[in-house]
Design a protein around this ligand. Structure first.
Ligand SMILES: CC(C)(COP(=O)(O)OP(=O)(O)OC[C@H]1O[C@@H](n2cnc3c(N)ncnc32)[C@H](O)[C@@H]1OP(=O)(O)O)[C@@H](O)C(=O)NCCC(=O)NCCS
Length: 142
């Protein structure tokens, strides 16, 4: 299994990994092809794919808000689960963020997603029960 940065031509395959993994995403909002291409161009190292026999089986998007590092849209296709691929993607995301000077890594997990909570706790993340997430959307599709 190999983890490497994705090319712009692989963004459709990344979305296919999300779909096969059952990961909710926003195809008309921040995950539109136009937005993804722009993000990849601005931060080419931040889109990572995990490949097995040349096929993408997992992916993650790393982002850095200048204060904290974020692990986003992590997914592994069902056939490749349980082999530590997500854990390796998280470790690679953290390595990129560390290189950029980030020492606090964060992830938002929906309350139903117990598997993901177990994964991140296993990877050393602490659950912050006293924090609630608030958003204000300026664009309807976001
Ligand atoms: C969550 C997900 C990324 C895990 O991928 P994975 O490659 O199977 O995970 P790993 O093999 O690296 O798991 C590492 C550890 O995480 C925990 N873990 C992962 N999946 C788990 C599950 N289904 N139930 C319980 N614990 C789990 C375990 O502690 C596991 O260690 P172990 O194998 O020694 O028990 C994958 O199930 C997925 O794509 N789910 C749908 C999309 C999603 O929810 N993404 C996260 C958004 S925040």
């Amino acid at each position: 299994m190999r983890i490497r940065p994705l090319k712009a031509t692989e963004l459709h395959a990344m979305r296919s990994v999300w779909e096969r993994a059952g990961l909710p995403y926003r195809p008309r909002g921040r995950d539109s092809m136009q937005n993804l291409r722009k993000q990849l161009k601005e931060n080419p190292e931040c889109f990572l794919g995990a490949f097995k026999s040349g096929q993408m089986v997992g992916a993650v998007i790393v982002s850095d808000d200048g204060r904290k590092g974020w692990v986003n849209r992590l997914a592994v296709v069902p056939q490749a689960r349980g082999h530590g691929i997500a854990k390796r993607l998280i470790a690679e995301a953290e390595r990129i963020l560390r290189r950029r000077g980030r020492r606090l890594h964060c992830v938002l997990i929906e309350s139903y997603n117990k598997d993901s909570m177990e994964l991140f706790e296993d990877a050393g993340y602490t659950r912050e029960d006293d924090i609630l997430y608030f958003t204000k959307r300026e664009l309807k599709s976001y």
